[in-house]
Design a protein around this ligand. Structure first.
Ligand code: UDP
Ligand code: MG
Length: 330
């Protein structure tokens, strides 16, 4: 009987200082592990997400020494979520493990993940007890973001569940059916999360081995906004409520002005109330328009149904090293 295949998908964007060390730790915890090596065949799918440094060169060097290294080379930087999608599309395994390239997802937990899977789990998630790579301000805003997201959305996404996970082929194939451009993997996964056959491993994320995080303040904020829009239409309802609140306040203000004029017989200069009312209404209208605009923008981008990415699939055995990918996803 042929061995089951386990794919390990690693998305890398400007990770030249990390990929070799990651590979070293990976093989120790997979094919060089006696039990695992005997039972399973491994493939290491490195997705180069349009890096501008020597990441691709370093991965190609790894492939020269190990034919189990496969490369999905995205033609430009498409972002982490699309990079993971591209890796998933090209992974052949019966189980697929996703992880970052910076060693913040320690390969030492992989045997445990595989063990859970071998014993019937179809999804093995990770729970990050702490992230030694981030400060308390980042952690505070991250927790707040998940609170707001889960308050606004029907799809509940756990806050400390990073993209370090194992999925059985059944779930990989199912996830491939999601064609949306704007995607948050952990959200899509929450959407299909079964109530059984799910296991979780706890871990503490160390600091990244080399280089800096690719998610600065602005990128994190944009991701937060996009995620809320992807999983909820409640901000639109919130805009309606704000409109109702504005109308209510205007009525109360109007009544007050009438009472002031006819009963108290006192006239406050008009411009003050007009200015306050106008700026209040103006900001409510702009806010509502902004929210609607965000959704229209997303519709605009999605209806074009552009392919998600363009990539070369590079495997060691080909003569010229490059297979034109048949899976440039629609
Ligand atoms: N990454 C990617 N494309 C991007 C940005 C990041 O493939 O456009 C990869 C990156 O190389 C890393 C993972 O996504 O392997 C997580 O990125 P990072 O470590 O910068 O995020 P953080 O851990 O700080 O949230
Ligand atoms: Mg990281």
């Amino acid at each position: 009987m042929s061995k089951k295949i386990i794919s390990i998908v690693i998305s890398a964007y400007n990770e030249e200082g990390n990929v070799a060390e990651l590979y070293k730790e990976l093989i120790v915890n997979t094919k060089q592990n006696k039990n695992l090596g005997a039972k399973y065949q491994f493939e290491y799918v490195f997705v180069n997400d349009g890096s501008s440094d020597n990441t691709l060169k370093k991965i190609k060097q790894l492939q020269k020494q190990d034919k189990d290294v496969k490369i999905v080379n995205l033609k430009r930087n498409f972002g982490h979520e699309i990079a993971m999608t591209a890796g998933m599309d090209h992974a052949l395994g019966d189980a697929v493990i996703f992880m970052d390239a910076d060693l913040q997802h320690p390969p030492v937990y992989i045997p445990q993940m595989i063990d859970f899977w071998a014993n019937g789990a179809e999804i093995v998630l990770s729970r990050r007890l702490d992230n030694l790579g981030t400060g308390c301000i980042y952690k505070f805003f991250s927790t707040m973001f998940y609170k707001i997201l889960n308050w606004l959305s029907d799809t509940k996404i756990p806050s400390k569940s990073p993209d370090f996970r194992l999925l059985d082929r059944r779930y990989v194939d199912f996830l491939k059916g999601f064609n949306e451009h704007d995607r948050l993997f952990r959200g899509l996964l929450s959407w299909i999360m079964p109530t059984d056959r799910v296991k979780t491993i706890d871990f503490v994320a160390p600091k990244r081995f080399s280089g800096n995080s690719k998610y600065g303040v602005f990128k994190s904020c944009a991701l937060a906004m996009d995620s809320i829009i992807q999983f909820s239409v409640r901000p639109l309802r919130l805009a309606t409520y704000l409109g109702l609140l504005g109308a209510f306040i205007s009525i109360v203000l109007g009544a007050y002005v009438i009472i002031e004029y006819y009963i108290i017989q006192h006239r406050t200069p008009g411009y003050a109330t007009i200015m306050v009312t106008m700026s209040f209404l103006g900001s409510v209208i702009l806010l509502a328009l902004g929210i609607i605009g965000e959704y229209i923008g997303k519709i605009h981008m999605e209806v074009k149904k552009r392919p998600l990415y363009m990539a070369d699939y590079i495997v060691a055995s080909t003569k010229n090293d490059v297979f034109k990918s048949q899976r440039d996803k629609k």
